[in-house]
Design a binder for this molecule. Structure first.
Ligand code: JCF
Length: 673
């Protein structure tokens, strides 16, 4: 049965609104509604489409989930070849590029360039016909690529239809598919957990995710698209400058770089390059240089092409963020919790413009998985603000039999036994606070900004104080005297007094900071905050059993066990006692009443939107009263909480005869919260 006209009109309107919000989010970077409100519209559309399948259109925002695997990719011939770029590696080569263009174009006036960062991803061609995405293809060898339409459709930053009604009849948009660093880290984390493939860098992760035969997997990968130009254009006029063309694409709903700039001369280009190089780490995604294009399209045409690249564009490369060097040896560093981190000693090499001679190898499992040997040539990566890491060995260059790095039997700092707990990748020194390394690290952590925030008590000073045996534990720092401090190397009396003042000031803190400062394994700021809010009182926390601890939001069995174990150690309890005796204190935290477990044994499913509660909040309130919250309805479900525009779950509940309760019913359950 065809859907009634009114329903069809509502679905069309929802699609229009969702497209608009997608555009505001991905292109303008200025969302005007919350994620929740977006989800609400999305679910309403999903519900309409589920009830009236004839309403589903291929360009509906709901159709980005991917489809059953293909056996192979079809070949696509590019109507206009996808070119590569000439490279420049220094200012002299950039000046020569500009000079040559002046000669070719027979002009002495400064030339204007359109500049943008060069993303480190894969080129993609998107063909829109009458404003609809018809085909997506990889670059391939520039003449023919692969048809990966099903995969490209799953990227939310690629519009399935163009905005407005100004789109030419046929428009081929070109750009780069990439993964930002946060997406890359999150993907690798989940791959590690599920035993899947771990990617060496964001580029490999993007390539591996885009060219999957199963587009449903592509849909789950954090891929992004950013356009850099236009290929084919039929049946429409394009602006006559590169910069204006890019703005035009943006108006059509195509994401372009936020960093794009129109520059009036080659000098401005060199300045842009310096600015981008400086800001490189803060961008959040890897770039390997800057692309400059002659802005005037008529001049571009005059300049023409060489074999496989335009004469009117150039990529000015940055120093590589991945380089190859030799692994000389592997040492071990002991962290705050005793974990031994293997550290690569490298033949010094410049990475991203910085000399590097040490890099992390993460842990022994990682070394084993990557089969890294001492003496190998290894790929070293330094990107963003993370510490340099060894990505992989270059196995093809391995000569002879090389030794595998081995974990130490004894701690390199205190000679205690090194042990590995079952199910954990980390090997740990068993010395605890008897180990100077762990003492130093725990004191550094205690004093750090997000913990007790003791200004002037930096890493170097902590090491000095521990080495001189002036302090042993975090409590000892409050016994330091002016005499002791001003007797230290490079410490004037003024700085010594400032440090004593800072120590005094730090004593007025918050319970959350204090808990965090203690450095319990895996208790970060957020967990410390949750513990403080839940228990409101240090004694209550110190005496809580594992079950009580697990009732705290986001505290699972491992963290609960760590907290319990920490406070079971008499020396830890003693340190806490001493700290409090020094006058450390905090304003009282309003105790959050522990809700009565009125919903113990019940299981609820939430569907649709509740007024005034996000789904997470609603779930939390139910869980706080002992209920379980599940994502799917079964005969065991106690009730479905149905908010506004609920989905198919309500239908399922009806089918199974499961109770359905509305907003008022939900509020009765949680007792007028
Ligand atoms: O960001 C890039 N990787 C990128 C590649 C940017 C551009 O403006 C490009 C490109 C490849 C070819 N322009 C051309 C012509």
């Amino acid at each position: 049965m065809a859907a009634p006209a009114a329903i069809r009109a509502e679905a069309d309107e929802l699609r229009r609104e969702l497209d608009e919000h997608n555009y505001r989010y991905y292109v303008l970077d200025e969302p005007t509604i919350t994620d929740q409100a977006y989800d609400k519209l999305f679910r309403r559309l999903q519900a309409l489409e589920a009830e009236h399948p004839d309403l589903v259109t291929p360009d509906s925002p709901t159709q980005r989930v991917g489809s059953a695997p293909a056996s192979h990719f079809e070949t696509v011939a590019h109507e206009v070849a996808m070119l590569s770029l000439e490279n420049a590696f220094d200012e002299a080569e950039m000046l020569a590029f500009d000079e040559r263009l002046h000669e070719l174009l027979d002009t002495a006036s400064p030339l204007a360039y359109c500049a943008e960062p060069k993303l480190d991803g894969l080129a993609l061609s998107l063909l829109y016909e009458d404003g609809r995405l018809e085909r997506a293809a990889t670059r391939g060898d520039g003449r023919t690529g692969e048809n990966i339409t099903a995969n490209a459709r799953t990227l939310k930053s690629i519009p399935l239809r163009l905005q407005g009604d100004r789109a030419p009849r046929r428009l081929e948009v070109r750009g780069e598919v990439y993964m930002d660093r946060a997406g890359f880290e999150a993907l690798n984390e989940s791959q590690r957990e599920s035993g899947g493939k771990v990617f060496a860098n964001p580029r490999n992760a993007a390539a591996g995710s885009l060219r999957l035969l199963d587009s449903r997997i592509t849909a789950s990968r954090p891929l992004k698209f950013c356009s850099y130009g236009i290929g084919v254009c039929d049946g429409g006029e394009l602006p006559d400058s590169q910069y204006a063309q890019m703005q035009y694409l943006r108006e059509l709903g195509i994401p372009i770089s936020r960093e794009i700039e129109l520059l009036d001369s080659i000098d401005a280009c060199l300045d842009y390059h310096r600015r981008m190089l400086e800001g490189r780490d803060e961008l959040g995604y890897d770039i390997d240089g800057v692309v400059y294009k002659l802005d005037d399209r008529r001049l571009q045409q005059q300049a023409g092409f060489v074999a496989r690249a335009p004469r009117w564009a150039i990529a000015y490369k940055f120093p590589a963020q991945e380089v190859i060097t030799r692994l000389l040896d592997v040492d071990f560093q002991v962290g705050r919790t005793g974990a031994l981190t293997p550290v690569a000693r490298l033949e010094p090499v410049a990475v991203g413009g910085v000399m590097v001679s040490n890099a992390t190898l993460h842990n022994m499992d990682e070394i084993e998985r990557k089969d890294i040997r001492i003496g190998d040539r290894v790929i070293v990566r330094r990107a963003g603000d993370v510490i340099p890491e060894v990505v992989a060995p270059v196995v093809e260059q391995r000569k002879g039999r090389l030794r595998k790095p081995k974990i130490l039997k004894r701690c390199p700092v205190c000679d205690s036994e090194v042990i590995q707990q079952p199910g954990q990748a980390a090997w740990r020194c068993s010395g605890g606070l008897a180990c100077a390394a762990q003492r130093k690290e725990s004191i550094k952590h205690f004093a750090s900004r997000k913990a007790m925030d003791i200004e002037g008590l930096g890493d170097k000073l902590v090491e000095q104080l521990v080495d001189l045996e002036l302090i042993d534990s975090v409590a000892d720092i409050f016994d330091l005297t002016l005499e002791q401090l001003s007797g230290l190397e490079r410490m004037a009396e003024k700085s010594a007094q400032n440090l004593l003042d800072a120590l005094d000031n730090s004593k007025r803190t918050t319970l959350a900071r204090f808990i965090y400062a203690l450095g319990v394994r895996e208790v970060g700021e957020a967990t410390a905050e949750a513990l403080a809010e839940h228990f409101a009182d240090l004694d209550a926390l110190m005496d809580a059993d594992v079950d009580a601890l697990q009732r705290v939001e986001d505290v699972g069995p491992v963290v609960a066990e760590n907290v319990r174990h920490f406070f079971d150690q008499p020396q830890n309890r003693e340190v806490v006692r001493q700290l409090l005796a020094h006058g450390i204190g905090w304003p009282a935290v309003a105790a959050r009443d522990v809700a009565e477990q009125t919903l113990d044994g019940k299981t609820y499913v939430i569907s649709g939107t509740l007024d005034g509660y996000s789904r997470d909040q609603a779930a939390r309130l139910l869980k706080a009263r002992g209920a379980k919250v599940s994502g799917s309805v079964s005969a065991k479900t106690s009730a479905v909480v149905a908010g506004e525009s609920p989905g198919s779950k309500v239908a399922k509940a009806r089918e199974l005869g499961v109770e359905i309760i509305d907003q008022a019913g939900f509020e009765r359950l949680i007792g007028g919260n």
